[in-house]
Design a protein around this ligand. Structure first.
Ligand SMILES: Nc1nc2c(ncn2[C@@H]2O[C@H](COP(=O)(O)OP(=O)(O)O)[C@@H](O)[C@H]2O)c(=O)[nH]1
Ligand SMILES: [Mg+2]
Length: 388
């Protein structure tokens, strides 16, 4: 069932450089090397005590490792820098830290580490005693904030698969309380920590990572707005804009996300990629199983339809709607084209701005271009009346 085992494939295995150079939006070609090169990419740091699950998270989310395989991961003894580029829409670097990092060790250049950092994820093992982890969290956050006050601090209360629902909630409440109290005690109550309950054994880790990445995308409001418009005009109940390789969603409409819908959509992406991998036509040079033509439709027996459309080689739109409303497939498809167009405009605007602005620290690079500014556009999505 896993296409990623295919050694020569490479399109979706997260390996840098496996994509042809001309992927993505044609309009952006030729600008790829401006910001992609060097250490300019925004950083997401993974920190926490030894064996809290940092390397596992990184392997499962970005390298398609199966959760069981993480049992055999060696412990990390130096900073591992992982470039999430070329194979993914949103580009950034993930730095996986060894657990036993010591802040008083002068071998580490903290100014350098924290100054280019967009988000710091602190992983706490919820199956273990977390007092030491909380101390470490406090030291880390304080240190990082002093160097760069723009860092987004994310706490992953991890390995919650082993915990009952009550205990889960209780740990979250307790950790939240203690962590913020500690910060208040040190007079740093302006620091905001976000908390996520995660596990690599279900989709929660992808969901949490989605939220982290979204905070680093300045165009998020524009994307959300586009999805809202699309939904209203096409009678769609929920839609996600997915980064296909990692299955993190970079945007969704403003209705609340329910975990089950998200899981369904993730599974659908797996199915689509697997099927196209097995039965798709493969051209010599381009092993991508997924292209601009890809779409898929799944009808569930509860009267719901899942509809997936490819936006570009990296992004897919997955919509959930009621079967009755799928009568208007023509309108939905038309609206999708408008949506696709608008998305392209958002990122073209960004690439124009790129010429006049420099790379702001912490903002991610998309398709080799830095995300800058806010997309102001007037999408001309049609509604039903216009077509009738
Ligand atoms: N039950 C459970 N175990 C996990 C989870 N994530 C990681 N682990 C296990 O935790 C152990 C340590 O993981 P590792 O990634 O090496 O931790 P690191 O030292 O923080 O990089 C491994 O045996 C993993 O299989 C999780 O979500 N649930
Ligand atoms: Mg590790």
């Amino acid at each position: 069932m896993s296409y990623q085992d295919d050694e020569e494939g490479g399109a979706f295995d997260g390996t840098a450089g496996s994509f042809p150079k001309d992927f993505g939006y044609g309009a952006f070609d030729g600008e790829h090397d401006i910001v992609t090169s060097g250490d300019q990419k925004p950083r997401i740091l993974l920190m926490g005590l030894r064996r809290s699950g940092k390397s596992s998270i990184q392997k499962v989310v970005f390298h398609k490792m199966s959760p069981n395989e993480t049992l055999f991961l060696e412990s990390t003894n130096k900073i591992v820098k992982d470039d999430i580029n070329n194979s993914s829409f949103v580009q950034f670097q993930i730095w996986d830290f060894p657990g036993q990092i010591d802040f008083f060790d002068s071998n580490f250049d903290y100014d350098m580490i924290f100054s280019g950092c967009g988000a710091l994820i602190f992983v706490i093992d919820a199956q273990d005693d977390y007092m030491e982890a909380l101390n470490k969290l406090n030291v880390t956050v304080t240190k990082a904030y002093k160097i760069n006050s723009n860092i987004k601090f994310e706490v992953f209360i991890h390995k919650v698969d082993g915990l009952g629902d009550d205990f889960k909630m209780e740990s979250q409440r307790d950790i939240h309380q203690r962590a913020t109290d500690d910060l208040n005690d040190s007079g740093l109550d302006q620091i905001h920590l976000s908390f996520h309950l995660t596990s690599i054994y279900d989709h929660s880790i992808f969901e949490a990572f989605s939220k982290v990445v979204q905070k680093l995308i300045p165009q998020l409001p524009a994307l959300e707005n586009l999805l809202n418009i699309l939904n209203t005009n096409s009678a769609i109940e929920k839609s996600f804009l997915f980064d296909v390789v990692s299955k993190i969603y970079i945007a969704t409409d403003s209705t609340p996300v329910d975990m089950q819908s998200y899981e369904l959509c993730c599974d659908m992406i797996d199915v689509v990629i697997d099927v196209s991998w097995i039965y798709g036509i493969r051209e010599e040079q381009d092993p991508a199983a997924f292209d601009e033509q890809s779409f898929s439709l799944i009808k569930l027996n509860n009267g719901t339809v899942l509809y997936l459309r490819e936006v570009n080689k990296f992004l897919a739109l997955v919509c959930i709607l009621r079967e009755d409303n799928f009568d208007h497939k023509g309108i939905i498809d038309y609206n999708f084209l408008c949506f696709q167009n608008a998305i392209q405009q958002v990122f073209e605007l960004r690439s124009k701005n790129l010429l006049t602005m420099t790379n702001p620290l912490g903002s991610p690079v998309v398709n080799g271009n830095n995300l800058i500014g806010d997309g102001q556009l007037s999408p001309t999505l049609t509604d039903e009346q216009n077509l009738n």
